[in-house]
Design a protein around this ligand. Structure first.
Ligand SMILES: [Zn+2]
Ligand SMILES: [Zn+2]
Length: 226
């Protein structure tokens, strides 16, 4: 509350370089300096040297129709993602969400009708107290006027730690992890997460959304691992 009030009364300064911004959290040069993931695979957001489709997606396309990760998981984005996930730094959700929303509003393609944040397992949600994906999705939903589905998707199975696993192993590990109870018949949705690694989590959630009737499914992440 005090922060909000201070924000309105004091001229907004860039969070990184302290330059006056007249509103946004970062000044324009600092925004441009971020590790945007502009050259990436259109299907899985894998960072590439030029836009296109990566060999893995040509071999086996993901269940979602398109993927977009705003940034590469590099400093300073990496620090922001970490601070949000492990230290409840919700200012980072606002920053990431607003930067994502700006890009999304500028794109040519139609925006989805509904955002579905990747759910945490209830036990993990209880321990952490919040879902970082939902915090980012909330900011995008508000900025882009897209409906937000916070509890239609449930994580019904705990999955083992996937660090170091191959794409195929991650896919097997995620099998049956989600159920979607919202009726998505005929709808265009976007799944939202903080970090996209191989896309196995999005892939499994997309399977559940497809079963619930979704006709177009995009996968959006704040950051993509290389
Ligand atoms: Zn700046
Ligand atoms: Zn790909």
């Amino acid at each position: 509350m005090v922060d909000r009030l201070a924000e309105r009364l004091l001229p907004q300064r860039c969070r990184r370089c302290e330059a006056g911004t007249g509103g946004p959290l970062l000044c324009e040069p600092c925004v441009l300096d971020l590790p945007w993931n502009d050259a990436a695979c259109a299907r899985c957001a894998l960072p590439m040297t030029a836009p296109g489709i990566c060999p893995a997606c040509l071999h086996r396309a993901p269940r979602f129709d398109a993927a977009w990760a705003a940034f590469r998981l590099q400093p300073p984005i990496q620090h922001g993602v970490h601070a949000l996930k492990y230290h409840a730094d919700f200012g980072q959700a606002r920053l990431l969400g607003e930067l994502m929303a700006r890009r999304l509003q500028a794109r040519d393609a139609p925006l989805p009708e509904l955002l579905v944040p990747v759910p945490l397992h209830p036990l993990r949600l209880m321990r952490r107290g919040y879902n970082q994906a939902a915090e980012i999705a909330r900011v995008i939903a508000r900025a882009c006027s897209i409906a937000l589905d916070l509890d239609g998707a449930r994580r019904v199975r705990r999955t083992e730690d996937q660090i170091g696993q191959s794409r195929a192993a991650r896919r097997r590990n995620m099998r049956g992890a989600f159920v979607v109870r919202t009726d998505l018949a005929g709808r265009h949705v976007a799944l939202v997460d903080d970090v996209m690694t191989t896309g196995a989590t999005f892939d499994e959630l997309a399977r559940a959304c497809r079963a619930a009737g979704a006709v177009r499914i995009e996968a959006w992440a704040a950051a993509r691992t290389p």
